[in-house]
Write a protein that binds this ligand. Structure first.
Ligand SMILES: [Mg+2]
Length: 179
């Protein structure tokens, strides 16, 4: 899989210092469940969580930027040690600029993964832009990579593995042996 990726994509992944994830449709499959009492819940994919922990262990920062607000998101982020969670924003470029200033990096050193039109400005701005199979064509046209796995079903782990392998930090760096 990774060995089939173009060298330009691997070069972009090698430069990543910060991964920005949208939440609904990326870390989840996009479904939002409501109980009869109106309590909202979402399902996260455990394998994505392992990937995000591996990235943090490799000193790559993680941020979640989402237009929605949900306690479940805060809880999941806390479990995974994700410290930068920006919720309830439509303009995602402002937090991108703030995060870049905080980490003293440029957007070229940022990867982002999003699944819908509010993510498009981020995809256009970041050095590595990624989307998922169910995304609208506009995102696929802007993205450097479309994951094989679906949002909420391993897409984020696929991105984590790509970045780690490109930086020779993967548990199994042989993923890129023939790249
Ligand atoms: Mg989304």
């Amino acid at each position: 899989m990774a060995s089939d990726l173009p060298p330009t994509l691997i070069a972009r992944a090698a430069a990543v210092r910060l991964l920005i994830c949208d939440v609904d449709g990326v870390l989840t499959d996009g479904r939002i469940y409501f109980s009869d009492e109106g309590v909202e819940s979402k399902a996260f994919f455990a394998t994505d969580g392992v990937g995000l922990k591996l990235l943090q262990r490799a000193d790559i920062e993680i941020a979640w930027i989402t237009g929605s607000r949900a306690p479940a998101v805060e809880h999941r982020a806390r479990v995974l040690g994700v410290k930068h969670v920006i919720m309830g924003v439509f303009d995602k470029l402002t937090p991108l600029r703030e995060l870049c200033a905080q980490f003293n990096i440029t957007p070229a050193a940022c990867a982002c993964i999003g699944d819908d039109l509010p993510d498009l400005p981020l995809l256009t701005a970041c050095g590595l832009a990624i989307t998922v199979p169910h995304a609208p064509d506009a995102l696929k046209e802007a993205a450097h990579y479309v994951t094989q796995k679906p949002g909420g079903g391993g897409a984020v782990r696929e991105v984590c593995d790509l970045i780690l392998a490109a930086q020779n930090k993967a548990p199994d760096a042989t993923l890129l042996r023939s790249a």
